[in-house]
Ligand binder design. Structure first.
Ligand code: NAD
Length: 484
């Protein structure tokens, strides 16, 4: 089939390369001339494992090409996929659909009879209807269909996800659905479930799925906070929860908060869409707010691990991208973290295997070429992104180059026992010994042990306001106790 993909970003490029790999003739179009020039030079504008090989192979085979000429590329196509960005509108957080509608207006004059326009960008309910209206207005006689085909790939595992998805969602009229199913033929033959829906359901499935996954992450992050206060371990709790087949183990890794180009913007867009139709999504609103707070709270955890204010201290960050195996820095927790550290006048050194050249990396930090270089002279080392190479660090070497061997592990890659043996003071997110601030202490007391006298809080033993019971639990659970 002849396919035109409009928007050659993460989704467009991966989709185009994979469709070409299945034997379709694909032209990927983008308004960004630099991006297309990079691709036409045989390079890639993004880092994504496996993408270079599949792109090169299909360009050589003549089934994949890149262009800035939208009209010429859309002409004669059997299907035009719209994969442009839908970022939040700065003014109100609604999904900005201006690029989607601009593409609809621009392709209209070039479309051939029988074409299917496929909206793969994540878009609010009703966007397909509006695209259909815009094209009909310009080409009243044109025989065409608009369908929804949301994309669920994950940055860092995009090729695998695209070629082995859990399901394909196709929303639209029957003949449009059949055309799209034909494009995905190798997966259909492979018995990948195909979910046929109305266009509106198709559009909502994507938002509802992402918001649900974001909720799972925000939930386990809050469980991690409780664990730190009550002497439980979030890894054990998550394991015990995840074995329940109704819950499942995925998205139960506590961390510094979710980032990336999808979860923050999609939860926000869903909230806004829900508000518009007077069906507010209070759970999603809480998830969004809790996540923003969490990203900012990480600085307090660093200060607590260090046991002193951050002023003038050197903090080494391992990992900057929002997750491993991608160079995507969009909404990465490291960005809030660095901003917070700068506010506290800490010096930041960082190492990331691929992100150093990204525009989003703040310029006033020192980007280093290895974890050991980043750790040099550092007062505390913070694992921010769970890149594979951070699982096998030479810990003795790290300890030797640091000013003080303290590690705050925001991804739970190491164990307290082994780190303590090497001589690190080690704190892991969601583990018993990490209590973020002394000010949080009064909230640690179980209500049954509290008495309110003259408006003040007192313990049943009448002694101090400090959570002695909690400190006992924390101390018993780990040889490392929290700095005062
Ligand atoms: P992106 O920003 O990486 O790419 C979008 C591309 O569209 C850019 O290259 C931009 O130059 C191009 N573009 C914008 N307007 C254009 C126009 N008028 N004509 C031609 N090209 C134009 O975005 P992305 O991450 O690929 O996301 C695209 C959509 O897919 C979004 O709606 C996103 O929510 C959704 N999505 C993204 C992911 C992901 O992991 N990144 C996963 C699933 C779904």
């Amino acid at each position: 089939m002849r396919i035109c993909i409009v928007g050659t970003g993460y989704v467009g490029l991966v989709s185009g390369a994979c469709f070409a790999d299945w034997g379709h003739h694909v032209t990927c179009v983008d308004a960004d001339c630099d991006k297309i020039a990079i691709l036409n030079r045989g390079e890639l504008p993004i880092y994504e494992p496996g993408l270079a090989e599949i792109t090169e192979k299909n360009v050589k085979a003549g089934t994949l090409s890149f262009s800035t000429d939208l009209t010429a590329s859309a002409w004669n196509a059997d299907a035009v996929f719209i994969t442009v960005g839908t970022p939040p509108r700065p003014a109100d957080g609604h999904a900005d659909l201006s690029s989607v509608y601009a593409v609809a207006r621009e392709i209209a004059p070039a479309l051939s009879h029988g074409v299917v326009i496929v909206i793969k960008s994540t878009v609010p309910v009703g966007t397909c209807d509006e695209v259909e209206r815009l094209i009909s207005e310009r080409r009243p006689q044109l025989d065409f269909q608009v369908a929804s085909n949301p994309e669920f790939l994950r940055a860092g595992a995009a090729i695998r996800d695209f070629k082995k998805p859990d399901r394909i969602v196709i929303g639209g009229e029957r003949c449009a659905c059949e055309r799209i199913a034909e494009i995905y033929r190798p997966l259909v033959l492979d018995r990948t479930p195909v979910v046929y829906t109305s266009r509106r359901s198709g559009e909502l499935i994507k938002y509802a799925s992402n918001a649900f996954l974001a909720t799972k992450i925000a939930y386990i992050n809050e469980v991690a906070d409780i664990c730190e206060r009550v002497g439980a371990d979030v890894q054990e709790v998550a394991h015990g929860m995840g074995l329940d087949s109704r819950i499942g183990p995925k998205f139960l890794n506590a961390g510094p908060g979710f980032g990336g180009s999808c979860f923050p913007k999609d939860t926000l867009a869903l909230m806004k869409m829900a508000e518009d139709v007077d069906a507010p999504m209070r759970i999603v609103e809480s998830v969004f707010t809790a996540n923003e707070r969490r990203k900012r709270a990480m600085v307090r955890k660093i200060s607590a691990a260090l046991g002193t204010p951050l002023l003038g201290k050197t903090v080494a960050l391992l990992g900057l991208t929002f997750k491993p195996d991608t160079d995507d820095m969009r909404e990465a927790p490291s960005i809030s973290l660095i901003a917070g550290l700068r506010d506290m006048r800490a010096l930041v050194r960082a190492y990331d295997p691929v992100a150093a050249d990204q525009k989003a990396v703040p310029r006033d930090i020192t980007c280093c070429v290895s974890p050991y270089e980043a750790a040099k002279g550092a007062d505390v080392l913070v694992v921010v992104t769970e890149w594979e190479e951070f699982r096998n660090l030479e810990l003795k070497r790290l300890k030797e180059v640091m000013r003080s061997p303290i590690m705050l592990d925001l991804r739970g890659l190491y164990s307290a026992d082994s780190m303590n043996r090497i001589g690190f003071r080690y704190y892991r997110i969601g583990a018993p010994q990490l209590v973020p601030t002394a000010r949080a202490a009064p909230r640690q007391i179980a209500p049954s042990r509290r008495l309110h006298m003259n408006g003040a809080e007192k313990h049943t033993n009448g002694s101090a306001r400090k959570p002695k019971r909690q400190r006992r639990i924390a101390a018993a659970a780990s040889p490392t106790t929290l700095p005062a």
